[in-house]
Design a protein around this ligand. Structure first.
Ligand SMILES: [Zn+2]
Length: 441
């Protein structure tokens, strides 16, 4: 392990070691007391980062997504409640020390830690009231800004959807009237989600050996700005929450089962815990900050995981044969629903286009909702929920579409070289350095 000696200790050693025949190991009454020599290595910086993250969590309620480190560190963060100015200085100090370490070259762990600390520094500055543009925030927190798209890029997909669902009235209304035929009745939600998650798990187990005892529990909740959430509890256990504020379409069961569960967030958390934290002993992975480049891996892999686990035809067959009967729905329109969803995926980057203009102050809330109705074909209720999400999580939206594209591009690159897709996917899940793993540098 590389180590650096803190500047103070270096100065003290230099001042007492300049005579001829000086032996550092020999007792020397002019040598500094041992306590004055502080040796800083990447493990020390990783520990300081975890404590910084816990302290930031006291100001930024969404920052700590999961924590499985020493409970006394979490307690101390709560008791001390360090001010934001002190946290900003600590983030800068960690980055400076990492810069000293980097003189001997940077490995993936150190690159990852630097990106985690940079993201934390940016969230601290946001909490202090500093403002960044959407693209600056994306680059500082997630390691790269997403491509800027012309809304005309979405027009072809909208025209194709119009042709798929012809009729009178606005396209968004036609699309949602069609989709509403496939909403899961409330009393069938549990059975449909249990079956979907079990299938996602089986398909994942065909490729991965998961840690023994891994498990999740499923809860249905209300009044949230998201549609689903995985809360990693540590100990290879997750709580998956599904928001029932709005009707849940049958196509969301497999999507959420893969995204929140297998091979998405739950499996990602298992691998990070097993491989990075426990096997490698990298303490920085005892905290999962919501806002960091790791989110590109988290959301990108969770969305790509749906495609990895189910080829289009397989998803359609499974939904038609298992989920539609469980939900008591007529499977006659299943193929058309899937064709609609394939076209809607081409609109996924509209979220960045709208969030960028909204967060940069070029459009107001009403205009953002109108754009979501037009380009995301969202009902007004769904558009409001999505805008609540943007208010809470800001540039995080890029992780779903841009992250998915980066993960897909990695899998394509690796499979072109002969790799197996699930193996290439696992490399991403277990990477300590998102930007490096996703080919951004
Ligand atoms: Zn997610």
């Amino acid at each position: 392990m590389k180590r650096i000696v803190a500047a103070l200790a270096l100065a003290l050693i230099a001042s007492c070691g300049d005579g001829p025949n000086t032996d550092d190991k020999a007792p020397d009454k002019s040598a500094p007391p041992e306590a004055a020599i502080s040796v800083i290595g990447v493990d020390d910086l990783a520990e300081r980062f975890v404590k910084l993250g816990l302290a930031l969590g006291q100001h930024d309620a969404n920052y700590v997504d999961a924590y499985s480190g020493p409970p006394e560190w979490a307690e101390a963060a709560k008791t001390e409640k360090k001010p934001l100015d002190a946290l900003e200085q600590e983030a800068l100090d960690i980055l400076e020390a990492l810069g000293v370490l980097a003189r001997d070259g940077v490995d993936a762990r150190e690159a990852g830690l630097k990106s985690l600390a940079t993201a934390a520094l940016t969230r601290i500055r946001l909490a202090k009231g500093e403002r960044f543009t959407f693209d600056e925030e994306a680059a500082l927190i997630y390691g790269m800004a997403p491509p800027v798209q012309d809304p005309a890029a979405f027009d072809q997909a909208l025209a194709d959807i119009d042709a798929l669902l012809p009729g009178d009235g606005p396209l968004t209304e036609r699309v949602n009237a069609f989709r509403n035929r496939f909403n899961i009745p409330a009393e069938k939600l549990q059975a449909v989600f249990d079956a979907a998650i079990a299938e996602c798990r089986q398909r994942t187990l065909a490729h991965y050996e998961l840690p023994e005892g891994e498990k999740f529990s499923l809860r249905f909740v209300k009044d949230k700005p998201w549609s689903g959430y995985n809360w990693y509890q540590g100990g290879y256990e997750s709580v998956i929450e599904i928001n029932t504020d709005l009707p849940i379409n049958i196509d969301r069961a497999v999507d959420l089962g893969c995204h929140e569960g297998y091979p998405g967030h739950h499996v990602w958390n298992l691998f990070v815990d097993r491989d990075l934290r426990r096997r490698n002993g990298w303490i920085e992975f005892s905290i999962l900050p919501l806002f960091s480049p790791q989110a590109l891996i988290g959301e990108g892999s969770a969305n790509y995981g749906v495609e990895l686990a189910f080829a289009d035809r397989e998803k359609l067959d499974f939904e038609r044969e298992v989920l539609f009967p469980l939900a008591g729905l007529d499977p006659a329109g299943a193929a058309k629903l899937q064709a609609l969803n394939a076209l809607k995926r081409k609109l996924s980057h509209a979220a960045n286009y709208i969030a960028r203009d909204y967060l940069d102050g070029r459009i107001d809330r009403a205009a953002a909702i109108a754009l979501m109705e037009k380009y995301e074909l969202a009902t007004p209720e769904r558009a409001r929920q999505r805008l609540d999400f943007i208010d809470a999580y800001r540039a995080y939206v890029i992780n779903y579409n841009f992250g998915r594209d980066l993960v897909a591009a990695h899998i394509e690159r690796e499979t072109a070289k002969g790799a197996e897709p699930w193996t290439a996917f696992e490399q991403i899940l277990s990477s300590p350095d998102a930007a490096g793993a996703l080919g951004a540098r």
